[in-house]
Design a protein around this ligand. Sequence first.
Ligand SMILES: [Zn+2]
Length: 396
Amino acid sequence: MGKTPDWSRLEAYAGSMSKAEFEQAWQQIYSEKNGLPPPFKFTDTHLEVPTGQLAKTTCRIPFRADKEASTSDQKPSWRRARDLPPLEERPPLSDLHIALDPGHIGGSWAMMEERFLSFKPGEDIREGDLSLLTAKILKERLVKEGAIVSLVRESLDPVTTKRPADFEAESRKVLTDAGFPTPAASYQGLTGDAKLLTVQWQSEKLFYRVSEIHARGERVNQQIKPDVVLCLHFNAESWGDATSPQFSPKNHLHVLVNGCYSPGELQQQDVRFEMLLRLLSRVHEEEIPLATTVAESMARVTRLPAYLYSTPNARQAGSNPYVYARNLLANRLYECPVVYLEPFVMNHEETYHRLRGQHFLGRTLIGGKLVTSAIEDYVNGIVRGLLSYYQTNRPS
Ligand SMILES: [Zn+2]
């Protein structure tokens, strides 16, 4: 479903970055920590990338000779804090355009998305509903601080116009290519791997995970064109069988920026292009400090410990233990800084009950303990983080 890249967009960054800057960004953020060499070359004078296209097989981008001023006239559509107009006497987030992306779809799609959690008949929480509720409350608060706020999704409906049935042929092909030429159509009555090997499961995944994110990418890049996107999620630990889920004793927080590309992922021309577009347009120079400030304030408000990744698909970004780099479809496709938040384990018992309480102010008695609303803490953590970042970094 990836788009064929327009490599001339990268060539527009000719002479804008020195080799040292490129190498540092590649080694510290975009590559895997102990990864293999990437499927592109860089010499002292230029970057050379295979395009995967027949008409023009390589794209060459000269580096800036160290002392030269930048010769690129590339201006991305998003603005850094320091490029915003002076604040003068206005509210602290004035002029800043923020897009809020409530993770997942929720509503009647939550079960299909495997983001529906219920420990008792008649009660449940759905990640897509909670992320939308969080976005709506957050929007009100950010508007009060002067920001212009757009929601990437406003309801419990998909942004994509496609539906799972549109992906049946593609799913059959995926399964055939993987060595399963006669897959079951439906997963009714199936569990575990058998469920994954059905046309239904594969089609649904292409719908809600791939097509939906591409549709949101179009909306962010073509219509909203924000200065920053905040992707709002709630995390979970494995809860086993959805019909009899298990609580987890763990509860934690982490914040993601884009990076940590494996050489295998970079073999795909669209991924290679999207990574280099982010690197050359210097998204990371704004994204990492912003994510770090937001992570600090989220940690202070929620008092959650940092999540520890043990898999090679993530790496620490900078020195804050809450901030990791990962290559996700959303934080790769959105062409601006993206702060991707993963607070709270939904199947942590106390958190589950706090989330069932939806949004409230002050404290409420839950399970014999006075607790705050997890959603209110989420909103507060973000607002304080953004205020701190923009008050420090924009011209006064
Ligand atoms: Zn999520």
